[in-house]
Each structure stands twice: as C-alpha cells, then as structure tokens.
Design a protein around this ligand. Structure first.
Ligand SMILES: C[S@@+](CC[C@H](N)C(=O)[O-])C[C@H]1O[C@@H](n2cnc3c(N)ncnc32)[C@H](O)[C@@H]1O
Length: 218
C-alpha cells in the first residue's frame, strides 16, 4: 500500500520551489548528522562525465570537482536557480536543467557516473527514476547513491513509521523507506551497500545491467 498523503510530481515540485529559499538552513541538520561526510567519501573518486540527479541547490557539487564534466537536473526550477548560483560561486562548470528524473532528457549511455543524494526518497516514481539512471549511465559506468532510510534500530524505525505521513505531506519524503527494496523493485544490480548512522544512512553503488561481459568469461 502507498503512503497516505504521498505526493505527486506537481506537489513535490511545489514543495521544493517553496523550500528553495530556506534550503541552506533546512539542510543544516542533515549536514550535522554526517550526510556531507558521506557524500565526500562516496563521490571523492568520480571522474569523467558525471550526472547529478535531483541536484537540489547543488550540495553535491563540491565533491564532483574531479569530473571532466558535470551535468545536473532537478524538478524544481527554484532549487536549480540556487544550484546555478552555487556552481558559479565555487567555480564549477555545471550544465543544469529542470526536469523529472523519471524521464531524463539524455541519450542512453551518456555518463560515466550518475550520482544522487538525499533525493530518491522524494521521487513520486522512484522505480522509473532508478531505471532512467541505469539507462543514461555507460555500460562500464557506476551509479552512486547516498540515501537515508528506515533505521535498523527498532524504536527509531517505529518513530519513522509514525511520522511518515506527516513528513511526506510536508516534504514529499518517505522517511521509513527501504532503500535496497526500492532499488530491487527497479531491478538494478547493487554491487555494494553500506549502512551507517543507526542504519539510517546508506552508500550504494550500482552497476548497470548492460555492463559488457569481460572478454574470456563467456
Ligand atoms: C531533499 S532534496 C535533496 C537535494 C540534493 N540532492 C541534496 O543533496 O541536497 C530533494 C530534491 O529532489 C528533487 N526531486 C524530487 N522529485 C524529483 C523528480 N521526480 N525529478 C527530479 N528531481 C526531483 C526536489 O526538487 C529536491 O530538490
């Protein structure tokens, strides 16, 4: 059963258009809880052509400096405005567009790495979005996610269960989600999944199923 009060695409867009102005304050608790340290750890080695899906105000940009090119997209034009400001401020050349992660406007196999952080919890159609990430990454590329999820600690998980409707109405966010389960729904191939912070934060690496089979193994 879906979450009562879950948001559709227009509602999520409106939520983040409104939140954009205050996002720098809203994102402080996540930063304090170690979210940025995880971004740094997970994204530090990225090279080549990189796509940041649902980039928000560009919180990932600082960690993508090793890339040859950075492309980013978000549903909210107001978040995208702030992302452009941030890119300019930190001197990173980022091609930013506004659009839905469920229908990415890129050719198959366009990127060496697709990254996304703290976002897929808000996607109205997370299955379509994960499949799109896989479609646009190169066969030998990677999808790197930093995501929050339902805690592995019972009382915290129960608190998340009780709060999910309220949080979903306010932020479009499924705070008690099962990240591995959602990725599995899309049929993607997870090569590593590390949970930390009481099971609430997740670093996931995914390889596309279209990855070519190394020579000599068939
Ligand atoms: C919680 S914010 C996180 C933003 C950013 N990745 C970060 O780490 O700060 C969620 C973002 O996902 C975006 N979003 C939600 N649904 C989306 C969709 N279907 N397609 C693209 N972006 C989406 C929202 O507009 C918002 O900017």
């Amino acid at each position: 059963m879906g979450i009562v009060g879950a948001r559709n695409t227009t509602e999520v867009r409106n939520i983040y258009d409104r939140a954009a102005r205050s996002w720098r304050w809203i994102s402080i608790p996540a930063a304090i809880c170690g979210f940025n340290r995880l971004r740094k750890k997970h994204f530090k080695g990225v090279t080549g052509d990189v796509l940041d899906v649902a980039c928000g105000t560009g919180e990932n940009f600082n960690y993508l400096r090793g890339a040859r090119s950075v492309t980013a997209t978000d549903l909210s034009s107001e978040m995208a405005v702030r992302a452009r400001d941030r890119a300019r401020r930190i001197g990173l050349d980022v091609k930013i567009s506004v659009g839905d992660a469920a229908v990415l406007p890129y050719e198959d196999g366009s990127f060496d790495t697709v990254v996304s952080a703290g976002s897929s919890c808000t996607f109205p159609d997370h299955v379509a979005a994960f499949k799109e990430m896989e479609r646009v990454v190169k066969p030998d590329g990677h999808i790197l996610l930093v995501e929050h999820s339902r805690s592995s600690v019972g009382w915290i998980a129960r608190h998340q269960d009780r709060s999910v409707e309220r949080v979903c109405k306010r932020w479009g966010c499924r705070i008690n989600r099962d990240v591995a389960g959602e990725i599995a729904e899309a049929g993607l191939r997870v090569v590593s999944h590390e949970r930390s912070h009481l099971g609430m934060l997740n670093r996931v690496e995914i390889e596309p199923r279209q990855r070519s089979v190394p020579r000599g193994t068939t």
